[in-house]
Design a protein around this ligand. Structure first.
Ligand code: GLC
Ligand code: CA
Length: 547
């Protein structure tokens, strides 16, 4: 890697590490920074360009670390700032960049600011950093509005003196007031703090939620839901949020190469380019594939739409099939019900209701391998989530007592939450916690992890791990411009495109084999018997002829 390449991110493969569940170096059952460092050779061999670390900051883990006590430190259970510096040095020495997660919509309730706010009277400067309101009714014992939090349950919490604070997520995650100058300045300090430590970029949590406008009279939940999200919604995707990012951009650009950022912004698709623009964060997640069913028409429309959006913003597009908030894609594609794209977190709710799904595990994995190979052949950058390279399924049967996600606790009997994709990674096929650490794992691992461990797959040529390694290796060699050209196909279920430099990606979404286009097979998501492309299989081909 050339350290000063300002465009490194445009077509990068970024691997998301969920630190508590990756590797545990000190045998306490919780993954840590030294554990991640010990696995840098694995990441290098996998062939990723960058690692994104989900939060590793001090936290009570009310929301898996997205409840941050201190933005400029490391959770002592995960290590120290020195460990962080060592990790950065090790990654950089291996040619891998590092992205850290910034959580600006809310702090934790243990953050010094919130502790001060609770100890301060209403109307104080300390309370102004958050969103406090007087309760309604006699004694102000009723919430300022009937709003529901993203994790279920009320979004306003009383503090005992007639005032209530807004927490759009868990009770332990009070929302910050971004009209407050100190709040704005402090995040600039945080961005500099990590940039100075060599961090290459940032993933911005709930990027569309910072700017809020709450009038004296608050709408009720139904009215709030009915309001258009056109830049004037009280909570979401307000136009002024981009003023915040313009100030961040100035910080990013004060470094060489400029620091990058990617927005987690669940906004209407046409509104995404603004987050991704050069004046803004520079890149935004595109969750369209993650929310789509395994379907030729859907995939093709999504690719076209997002390449158009990317040229509108001047950014490259991003692709995601899995992350720490949704059901793993091998499982999604194996469930009987198609994904409802209108669900807020896409497939995450599919395992809801306490009903164990009827999972077609093999079919799900076959489709996941095909979809992944298709995705990795697309122009733009790809975000992978730890464990998907092993073909892991969601762990559906975590006992209630072991669950950690507030989305589970706040929705009794309705939502099983996100723990099932956060179970520690199996590195070995035996031993306590399958090589995750040497003394257990903070979430229970299922017995079937043994056959999917890194150890079990690393020398198996047909393994999912081998498929990812091969695709990433080829991708580095083949990488061309950010364009693609669709190739004609004779089957509606087949999607096929060509990249510069004479290579082609083809995927068969259908149930029957189709003829394989001419060309030398570079990699395939499954066996290709008799010169055919079987059902639910993708391949990359080197081609010489005109399309
Ligand atoms: C984002 C994170 C999710 C977290 C939420 C609140 O959606 O990805 O894990 O729970 O923000 O911070
Ligand atoms: Ca540990």
């Amino acid at each position: 890697m050339t350290r000063d390449d300002a465009d490194w991110w445009r077509q990068a493969v970024v691997y998301q590490v969920y630190p508590r569940s990756f590797a545990d170096a000190n045998a306490d059952g919780i993954g840590d920074l030294r554990g991640i460092r010990s696995r840098v050779p694995y990441l290098r061999r996998l062939g990723v360009d960058a690692v994104w670390l989900s939060p590793f900051y001090p936290s009570a883990l009310a929301d898996g670390g997205y409840d941050v006590d201190d933005y400029r430190d490391v959770d002592p259970r995960l290590g120290t700032l020195d460990d962080f510096d060592d990790l950065v040095a090790e990654l950089h020495a291996s040619g891998i960049r590092i992205i850290v997660d910034i959580v600006p919509n809310h702090t934790s309730n243990r953050h010094a600011w919130f502790v001060e706010a609770l100890a301060s009277p209403r109307g104080s400067a300390a309370r102004n950093r958050y969103i406090f309101r007087d309760g309604l009714g006699e004694g102000r014992t009723l919430p300022p509005a009937d709003w529901t939090s993203a994790f279920g349950g009320p979004a306003w919490e009383p503090v005992g003196d007639g005032q209530w604070y807004l927490h759009y997520f868990a009770t332990e995650q009070p929302d910050l007031n971004w009209d407050n100058r100190e709040v704005r300045d402090d995040f600039l300090t945080t961005l500099r703090f990590w940039s100075d430590r060599g961090v290459d970029g940032f993933r911005i949590d709930v990027a569309h939620g910072l700017a809020k406008r709450l009038d004296d009279e608050l709408p009720d939940q139904a009215a709030l839901d009915a309001l258009p999200r056109d830049g004037g919604h009280p909570l979401w995707d307000r136009d002024e949020v981009h003023e915040i990012y313009a100030a961040w951009r100035a910080v990013f650009d004060s470094y060489s190469p400029p620091r990058t950022a990617v927005a987690e912004a669940w906004v209407d698709t046409p509104r995404r380019p603004r987050y991704a623009s050069r004046e803004g964060l520079g890149q935004a997640f595109n969750f369209d594939l993650l929310e789509a069913p395994f379907d030729a028409g859907a995939f093709r429309r999504i690719v076209d739409a997002n390449l158009a959006l990317a040229s509108e913003s001047g950014s490259s597009t991003t692709w995601v099939l899995s992350n720490h908030d949704v059901v793993r894609h091998a499982t999604r594609y194996g469930l009987p019900e198609p994904v409802d794209p209108r669900e807020k977190h896409g497939a995450a709710w599919l395992l809801s209701g306490g009903v164990h799904p009827v999972l077609d595990a093999d079919g799900g994995l076959r489709r996941a391998r095909a979809a992944t190979l298709f995705m990795l052949g697309l122009p733009g950058s790809a975000y992978l989530y730890q464990g998907e390279e092993l073909g892991l399924h969601e762990v559906a049967d975590i006992p209630p007592i072991e669950r950690q996600d507030p989305a589970y606790f706040r929705n009794p009997g309705v939502d099983v939450g996100r723990d099932g994709c956060r179970v520690p990674i199996p590195w070995r096929s035996d031993g306590t916690s399958f090589g995750f650490g040497s003394d257990g794992s903070h979430l229970p691992q299922p017995a079937w992890f043994a056959e999917l461990s890194v150890e079990a797959q690393q020398d198996a040529p047909d393994s999912t791990l081998a498929l990812y390694r091969r695709a990433l290796e080829l991708r580095r060699d083949l990488q061309g411009s950010e364009r693609l050209a669709w190739s004609p196909t004779e089957h509606d279920d087949v999607v096929r495109f060509r990249r510069d430099g004479g290579w082609e990606v083809v995927i068969n979404f259908g149930a029957a084999s189709v003829p394989l286009p001419a060309g030398e097979v570079l990699v395939a998501s499954g066996p290709l018997p008799d010169g055919l492309l079987p059902a639910e299989t993708a391949a990359w081909l080197r081609v010489t002829s005109a399309p």
